[in-house]
Design a protein around this ligand. Structure first.
Ligand code: GTP
Ligand code: MG
Length: 405
């Protein structure tokens, strides 16, 4: 039996026709990952989602074509037939072929983790900059899996719909050699494919130009702020850690903060006054998440440059989160991936616990060992945006840090 437990809710929700997304969670991931998968799913679906935990994806039963073992795939097909979710979200990174095969087996679109995160970003994007960046990431994702499809029922060539737009490298090689390109034997689908690819490439090119302009504009604005002698402090952290709440509390101006993942996509700049009388620019920005799709990191270059170019980083950590250590390490890894040096992480960062009034849960510094050499760990301040505890101290620490270099 490869399928385990937790079919709770599935039938109940189905009765009311409320299931949008069934979450399939490989059991080898720690429990906190399941909670995060559910939050991602609910963020996307806008309602609570049923979930199923399945046998370890690393177990011997796993097959490369479907990611999950054949018994699990068959059982989930039965569950899908009863519960009728609109879509299935597999909390893992699937190859295009796996996504297509699972989608055919379950008779509905299948999303993987990367696809779901990009889709959530798509729902959230409001400004032109965010929309351009999300579209770029989505195109990148699609381009990597855009191929001829066969309708699983009729066997005819289908379109390029979600979760089914894939062909294996083997199929690609075969069709390439038999069709000999456009119009050759069996080449009709290939020419359609090539057309799709060209459309994608053209759109990517246009987007790249437009995003280049966005980046240049941001660069010019940053330079102007720098000339005005205003240090830039970037507030970074895991998604939903409390970044926007902190920026709002420090600047005493409202910033949209909600208990939702990826609420903020665009950098929001706010002024704050330090105890020394110096004014700083705080930038609130997109949150990070483990397995942050590289397509998003690349596409959000313009936005993330606000972080890389900042004079000081304030790392907001949700001190009440059970996954605190993993979230903290993820943020540091993403920052490293963006090109932030170890020296910067050690000397130009302040860690801030959005304490949710449970400061004791933060525990000992987790990241010290990851910092190379004898770099000191960043100063750490506990705050609460609810009681405003620690905010004055945080401003003092920022002041001190900015005065040091
Ligand atoms: N109790 C308490 N709740 C907080 C604190 N800081 C933030 N929150 C809550 O945490 C939730 C997320 O806050 P946000 O400020 O939107 O978090 P964020 O990091 O900007 O989230 P994204 O933009 O989605 O990445 C909200 O419901 C806040 O009210 C705090 O210090 N104490
Ligand atoms: Mg936010």
């Amino acid at each position: 039996m490869l399928l385990f437990l937790f079919m709770q809710n599935v039938y109940g929700w189905a009765l009311f026709g409320l299931i949008a997304l069934l979450v399939v969670h490989p059991r080898d991931k720690p429990h906190t990952h399941l909670q995060e998968a559910l939050r991602l799913a609910e963020t996307f679906a806008g309602q609570s989602c049923a979930h199923v935990e399945v046998g370890s994806a690393r177990s011997g039963s796993q097959t490369p074509g479907t990611f999950l073992g054949s018994g699990t795939v068959a059982e989930l097909a039965q569950h899908c037939a009863v519960a009728e979710p609109t879509r299935v979200f597999v909390n893992a990174t699937l190859s295009g072929v796996q996504q297509r095969n699972l989608s055919a087996a379950w008779g509905r679109p299948v999303m993987d983790r990367v696809g779901l995160i990009i889709a959530i970003f798509g729902q959230r994007a409001r400004t032109r900059e965010a929309r351009l960046q999300v579209e770029m990431a989505a195109l990148d994702y699609r381009a990597s899996r855009l191929v001829r499809t066969l309708d699983p029922v009729t066997g005819k060539r289908g379109g390029f719909g979600e979760g089914s737009e894939v062909v294996s490298a083997r199929e690609r090689g075969r069709s390439g050699s038999t069709s000999g390109g456009l119009g050759g034997a069996g080449g009709g689908g290939e020419s359609e494919l090539q057309l799709q690819r060209r459309h994608l490439r053209d759109r990517q090119k246009t987007l790249k130009t437009q995003l280049g302009e966005v980046r240049r504009t941001r660069e010019v604005q940053r330079a102007a702020r720098r000339r005005a002698g205003k240090p830039q402090v970037a507030v970074v952290g895991y998604t939903n850690a409390g970044k926007s709440s902190l920026v709002a509390a420090l600047s005493r101006r409202p910033v949209e903060a909600r208990d939702r993942l990826f609420e903020t996509l665009d950098p929001t700049l706010r002024k704050a006054m330090l105890p020394s009388g110096r004014e700083v620019i705080l930038s609130d920005t997109v949150g990070f998440i483990s397995d942050l799709p590289h397509q998003l990191v690349t596409a959000f270059k313009a936005t993330l440059e606000e972080v890389v170019e900042a004079d000081l980083l304030v790392h907001v950590v949700d001190a009440s989160s059970p996954a605190l250590a993993q979230q903290r390490a993820t943020v540091l890894d993403v920052l490293r991936g963006l090109g932030v040096s170890e020296a910067t992480l050690a000397s130009r960062m302040v860690e801030e616990g959005a304490a949710r009034e449970h400061p004791s849960e933060w525990g000992e510094p987790q990241g010290r060992s990851r910092v190379e050499g004898d770099q000191p760990a960043p100063p750490r301040v506990f705050t609460s945006t609810v009681t405003r505890a620690g905010l004055a101290e945080l401003l003092r620490v920022i002041d001190r840090k900015l005065g040091v270099y």
